[in-house]
Design a protein around this ligand. Structure first.
Ligand SMILES: *Cc1c(COP(=O)(O)O)cnc(C)c1O
Length: 374
């Protein structure tokens, strides 16, 4: 055959997730921990590598990791599901609670995988745009829930890419107002230090998503976990890929989880670096910076795409361009790096913005000169 029939209609308007995976000296585009695992953990991983039976399938449920996560959260193993990154768990949730004829709700601008997965599964996607300050439109949300047809709700908290934290009272109101499965995505929990965990016992419809990719320096290995009612977890096990979390990832995630106090100092340092980043950006003329409860900062600047390109091409600093996302016109997002990286980014921004101001003045001056001549 010299051709292939098209895939499902739903894919026609779907764009692939584009992480702009390019190399730069200063990588501030994906909200990763800027530091690799501590040396002592790398040493222990090295020992693990040669002891793995590579010919054997991994434990499908990552039982030991699951037990340790459950215990640390005061839950039973049946309340925990480990996935190949939080991304896989989001797809599992959409496969089980979304699908044709089912309604998935999210609050853009937000993490884009919710809508990609909803569209890919032919779910009905309902989006309630955030207000100009990026808070959730509570009136619109409550009105929508009152219709009673919502099946699955995704709330990133703090929200990516805006850094906004939803008030706990709002989240509780949502849990009371609907029997939809409400996923509170706490991918940045270790930075925000806010969690809905205490509300799990009263709300069977609350699921909490976490990841090893951000604070715990493990983005390369893909591990995330979901905390939820055991009946929710049981349903998800029907749609999940059985061997998605490989043996090495399970072992590494266990090691990191057990040793997680080791990361505390680095997390505190990153929070200080975030303050330096916010302060530095707010001092630059022409930049509007939004406050953040996570390890990234959103800011608005005229000609954002050109600034993004200058940062990369002239300074080898990679940030994320959101300027084509509705509601985020002229916005870029920068992850919190090491102190050195934050300084380099701020110096680059200073330079780029000073030059833009100068050429804008020059443009005006040149225009005035022509005017005078004429
Ligand atoms: C990074 C992120 C995730 C999941 O990342 P994984 O690497 O797949 O674990 C989930 N939700 C949000 C909001 C994120 O920013």
């Amino acid at each position: 055959m010299d051709r292939v029939r098209p895939p499902r209609e739903a894919l026609r308007d779907l764009a692939p997730y584009d992480a702009k995976h390019v190399d730069a000296e200063v990588m501030l585009a994906s909200n990763e921990n800027p530091l690799n695992l501590p040396g002592e953990l790398l040493d222990r991983l090295e020992e693990l590598v040669v002891r793995i039976p590579y010919n054997r399938y991994p434990d499908p449920m990552a039982t030991r990791l699951r037990e340790e996560i459950a215990e640390a959260n005061g839950l039973e193993p049946g309340n925990v599901l480990v996935g190949n990154g939080g991304d896989e768990l989001i797809m599992d949730l959409v496969l089980a609670w979304g699908g044709p004829g089912r309604v998935v709700l999210d609050f853009p601008p937000t993490f884009v995988m919710y809508s990609i997965d909803a569209k890919a599964t032919d779910s009905t996607l309902v989006q309630i745009p955030r207000k100009p300050d990026f808070s959730i439109d509570e009136d619109a949300l409550m009105a929508r829930l009152a219709r009673g047809d919502v099946d699955l709700v995704f709330i990133a908290n703090p929200n990516n890419p805006t850094g906004t934290l939803a008030p706990e009272t709002l989240l509780i109101d949502v849990l009371n107002a609907t029997d939809a499965l409400v996923v509170v995505d706490e991918a940045y929990f270790e930075f925000s230090r806010h969690t809905m965990r205490p509300h799990m016992s009263r709300h069977a419809n609350l699921a909490i998503l976490r990841t090893f990719s951000k604070a715990f320096s493990l983005a390369a290995l893909r591990a995330g976990y979901l905390l939820a009612h055991e009946d929710v977890i049981a349903e998800l096990t029907k749609v999940r890929q059985p061997y998605s979390v490989n043996r090495f990832t399970q072992a590494a995630a266990r090691l990191v989880f057990r040793e997680r106090p080791v990361f505390e100092a680095a997390i505190s340092q990153l929070l200080r670096n975030r303050d330096m980043l916010v302060h530095g950006l707010s001092e630059i003329e022409g930049v509007e910076v939004f406050s953040s409860e996570a390890n990234f900062v959103l800011f608005r600047v005229e000609h954002a795409s050109a600034v993004w390109r200058d940062l990369l091409k002239e300074h080898s600093v990679l940030v994320r361009d959101f300027s084509r996302t509705p509601g985020l016109e002229d916005c870029l997002r920068v992850s919190v790096g090491t102190e050195e990286e934050v300084r380099r980014f701020l110096a680059a921004m200073d330079e780029i913005m000073a030059r833009r101001r100068a050429s804008a003045h020059f443009g005006v001056a040149a225009q005035a000169a022509r005017h005078d001549e004429g």
